[in-house]
Design a protein around this ligand. Sequence first.
Ligand SMILES: NC(=O)c1ccc[n+]([C@@H]2O[C@H](COP(=O)([O-])OP(=O)(O)OC[C@H]3O[C@@H](n4cnc5c(N)ncnc54)[C@H](O)[C@@H]3O)[C@@H](O)[C@H]2O)c1
Length: 374
Amino acid sequence: MDVNKIAVVGAGLMGSGIAYISAWHGFDVTMVDVNQDALEDGMERIRSDVMTGVDKGKLSLSEAQSLMGRLKSTTNLEDAVGDADLIIEAIFENMKVKKEVFSKADKHAPPHAILATNTSSLSIDELATATDRPEKFIGMHYFSPVAAMKLIEIVIGEKTSDETIETAIKVGEKQGKEPVKARDSPGFIVNRILMPVLREAILLYEDGIATKEEIDSAMTSKAKFPAGPFALGDFVGLDIAYHAMSTLYQELGDCFKPPETLKQLVEDGKIGTKAKEGFYKYGGEPEEPEEPKGADPDWLVTRIQVPVIREAMILVDEEIAKKDAIDKAMKLGASFPKGPFEMAEDIGHDKVKEEIEKLEEKHGECYSVPEMLK
Ligand SMILES: NC(=O)c1ccc[n+]([C@@H]2O[C@H](COP(=O)([O-])OP(=O)(O)OC[C@H]3O[C@@H](n4cnc5c(N)ncnc54)[C@H](O)[C@@H]3O)[C@@H](O)[C@H]2O)c1
């Protein structure tokens, strides 16, 4: 199916980004929001991004003018979806409100239109029940900032048709993104695999095995991650990380339980760089680093990488995603220097298995050996 007209529901951070890249890449776009001020703010963000693009020479003035000419805005959902081929929803992360939007969009959109959600954590199958077209329902999970991040996770529900999947992939590619497919499941690919990085790092810190600085430094200098888990957590926002981990904890159980240190920091409002304090302090007097524990950096890297590789293998075991898709998703969506399966190649599968077995013996079933290694 060809998509020409896209309705983007929600003009916030993500919605305005999705509307911008869609208009940029030739789609006719109508952006809709319940809140007139939010709609104007969203349009203003797009105008400012377009002007930055012109200033940086990425867009000519005439391209910028035609981009803006392809973009409309309204507070009326019925009008926005009435002639759309694809509706991409990016409103608050709330199941009830999203279902209301989809139920209404389903009634007013043309029969051929595809309904997509940018949800980070809600079930695609559950959202699809609000419509009479589950075969035309799909997740299109973009990453922030939308214009800069290359990845889009195409999240496939139980009833999503092959034609819907193909169309969503084609749209993502035309928007300049690299789509990867994942079956609907908690955290999809990136959030599911990213969580063990932070969780394992915090547990090592809580157990007094290494300091935050030792762990961050091992992950950047030895494993070549762009930032260590603690610095990255502070940058992303510990509230967001805590929320993502709590969702996985609810859906998948104790192995994703947020560590006490993370919970406490969030409760104290120490949510990272935006609060000037998280795992580290920002601004003011430089902080005295803790006395090093003397942990071996190579050991630390393997100790964190192995549970990450294990999680990736479980996604393959459970047929949630393919190896290549996972490697690509983690590199593009989480700036991993290598995908988990590439890391496993480097370490050696026998050694990975041996390390997981050691962890399982010491810490129990949260470190069970994936089927693929047995
Ligand atoms: N922020 C991120 O980094 C990120 C990344 C990937 C996915 N997401 C997902 O994208 C979605 C939007 O996130 P955001 O950060 O852009 O939120 P946001 O708060 O910036 O924007 C949400 C917008 O939705 C509007 N809205 C609320 N109810 C509406 C309705 N019934 N109809 C139309 N508009 C409505 C609000 O007025 C607001 O402008 C969420 O599902 C979130 O989980 C966010």
